[in-house]
Design a protein around this ligand. Structure first.
Ligand SMILES: Cc1cc2nc3c(=O)[nH]c(=O)nc-3n(C[C@H](O)[C@H](O)[C@H](O)COP(=O)(O)O)c2cc1C
Length: 197
């Protein structure tokens, strides 16, 4: 496909022994198979993300925002992205602090771009985490995608790096189709006129 959209898949968990990279790797495989994206996986465990933010908000600071050197690759990936998939577990009925910190260090990089979610966890499959993320990303003027993928009780539902649910690849295709549509529509819109944030 010509003119592929730049897709950034974010691994939201950073703890020792995490499952997140397994899910992200499978999502990346689905995105490659879809064919509409140039795919980059960004692992927050490899990014320097201090909890203490600078005095000014990134919403107003522009390119001069004083981020740490170890965050540059993340910032550049977010900046260049046409679309995102956030891979998140559920921690205490929300999403991990690593993800919140990574989001809060940026602002314009999310604006007028589509975000889809792939979650996993216990019985709720990360449902609470995604609800919270949708709320937060709306503040950043991102557009959240209706169809998501949720993997409840992932510890019994995955084997050899892939979900046992034979329908999962089909659900991923639907998610990626919607994400691709929004990525194209919003990229055109951003090119035609600056978003009035
Ligand atoms: C601090 C913490 C809180 C958790 N809270 C929840 C929860 O509220 N709901 C849930 O379904 N699973 C919860 N879990 C289980 C996680 O979903 C599970 O451990 C998952 O593997 C975490 O993702 P990760 O391995 O990528 O870090 C929690 C795990 C941790 C470490």
């Amino acid at each position: 496909m010509e003119n592929k959209h730049k897709l950034v898949i974010i691994v939201g968990s950073v703890r020792d022994g995490r499952f997140g990279p397994v899910v992200a790797s499978w999502v990346a495989d689905q995105a490659h198979a879809h064919g509409g994206f140039d795919v980059e996986v960004v692992d927050l465990a490899e990014v320097e993300i201090p909890l203490a933010l600078p005095a000014e908000s990134p919403k107003y600071a522009g390119d001069g925002y004083p981020r740490p050197a170890g965050m540059a690759a993340l910032t550049s990936a977010l900046e260049g992205a046409d679309a995102f998939v956030i891979v998140t577990p559920e921690y205490n009925h929300s999403y991990p602090a690593s993800l919140k910190a990574a989001i809060d260090w940026h602002f314009t990089q999310w604006t007028a771009k589509p975000v889809a979610f792939v979650s996993y966890g216990g019985a709720a499959g990360g449902r609470h985490a995604v609800l919270h993320l949708e709320n937060v990303l709306t503040e950043l003027h991102a557009v959240t995608i209706r169809d998501g993928l949720a993997f409840p009780n992932y510890f019994t539902g995955w084997q050899d790096g892939r979900p046992l649910d034979s329908g999962a690849a089909g659900y991923a295709k639907t998610l990626l189709d919607q994400l691709s549509w929004w990525a194209g529509a919003l990229r055109t819109a951003r090119e035609v006129a600056p978003y009035p944030a």
